[in-house]
Design a protein around this ligand. Structure first.
Ligand SMILES: [Zn+2]
Ligand SMILES: [Zn+2]
Length: 387
């Protein structure tokens, strides 16, 4: 019977049904139409710039291996504190985009070490940035120079961080508590320490501040926080008993690389946190950790799991100068998503944790990435350290 209906009519009928069907389903697909939703979001940002702080505040501790990178996100603004190692720039940019970040109200470089500012140049090139906060500390590395050039090119307003300086962005209430002094031997003590307050909850982000800086902050007070980003990756240079007591956090996040050669986090810090009844989350065990505050409570994302200080340590605690014993304890199964630092053998095409006892002596290289990245690049995991 279709034989008698002109072909054009059949086509028209099918087209009409498709149009009708797609409109019928538009509720479920609307959210994927991005151009308009981004415009709408920006309008909201502008209109509510003067509104009182409300809604939720998210603090993301990105899994950048042995490094720091924290995204603070309110309903109105996004602020990035540190940007991981040099190799992490692309990952950080992609993560921010996935969170809907289109611009940064501010970026903070806590101090000029590569594991904090490495990816900053890439981030500054990828997003418009209004303000750039950094302490008055310099170094001669190319990484630092790259960052300064990127800050200049971005046109961001450069603001020097000292204790008492406010983080001036809409919708996020923050104050810098350090550096208190102006001259330190170790770059870590120049760390910009940022306290964010959201309703009755608060976050203390300490960079790599060590006990010298902690003691100075103790004199100034105002340290209490619901969540502490543990200083210097859990090194025993930081998180003194007195400092921890003053902060008295409910939660602690340690940003640390799996199998790192520094022995971070140290047992002494983990035990201190455990005896203070702090719930500890680690990026090497949980990957990226997201803490969400509604102004009353902070909730940690479900994927993140707390750890117990007395659980078998991952790396045998050794003095910082000692080389790890071989072979290292077998690492727990690793998610293919976490970025790590690996030692590679360019000849045998094997990859290892830096703590492995059977590292190559020649044809040795280094690579950062996820386990999958390494496998995709043609490398196979070492049978001893089982990365
Ligand atoms: Zn560091
Ligand atoms: Zn440092």
């Amino acid at each position: 019977m279709f034989k008698n209906i002109p072909r054009q009519l059949v086509v028209l009928f099918i087209s009409l049904s498709l149009i009708f069907f797609s409109f019928g389903c538009s509720n479920s697909t609307k959210s994927t139409i991005t151009p308009n939703s981004i415009d709408a979001q920006q309008t909201i940002v502008k209109n509510s710039a003067t509104a009182p702080i409300s809604g939720t505040l998210k603090v993301h501790s990105l899994d950048v291996g042995q490094a720091d990178c924290i995204l603070i996100q309110s309903d109105e603004s996004s602020v990035l504190v540190d940007a991981g190692n040099n190799e992490d720039g692309g990952f950080v940019v992609n993560y921010l985009k996935a969170q809907g970040v289109t611009k940064l109200a501010a970026a903070v470089a806590t101090h000029p070490h590569e594991d904090h500012i490495g990816g900053m140049d890439v981030v500054l090139k990828a997003f418009p940035v209004e303000k750039f906060y950094m302490p008055n500390a310099t170094t001669t590395t190319k990484t630092f120079e790259d960052m300064l050039n990127a800050v200049k090119a971005s046109g961001a307003k450069r603001i020097q961080v000292n204790a008492g300086v406010a983080l001036d962005v809409p919708g996020i209430s923050g104050t810098f508590l350090a550096p208190v002094g102006s001259k330190y031997d170790d770059l870590n003590n120049y760390s910009a320490v940022l306290k964010i307050v959201h309703g009755n909850t608060s976050f203390l982000l300490t960079g790599d501040a060590e006990s010298i800086s902690e003691n100075e902050m103790l004199k100034n007070g105002n340290l209490q926080a619901t969540l502490l980003k543990v200083g210097h990756h859990g090194s025993d240079s930081s998180t003194t008993a007195a400092f921890l007591k003053a902060v008295s956090p409910k939660y602690a996040v340690i940003s640390v690389g799996k199998g790192n050669t520094y022995g971070h986090p140290t047992d002494i810090v983990l035990n201190r946190l455990a005896s203070a009844d702090v719930q500890v989350y680690r990026t090497d065990q949980s990957g990226t950790i997201v803490a969400t505050s509604d102004g009353t409570n902070i909730t940690l994302d479900k994927n993140a799991t707390t750890i117990k200080a007395n659980a078998p340590p991952e790396a045998t605690p050794t003095p910082a100068t000692a080389t790890p014993k071989s072979p290292p304890p077998p690492a727990p199964p690793q998610t293919s998503k976490s970025t790590n630092h690996y030692i590679i053998n360019t000849s045998t095409k094997k990859f290892h944790y830096p703590s492995c006892g059977k590292l190559p002596t020649k044809n040795k290289g280094e690579m950062d990435g996820t386990r999958d990245d390494l496998i995709n690049a043609g490398y196979s995991p070492c049978g001893i350290c089982k990365p």
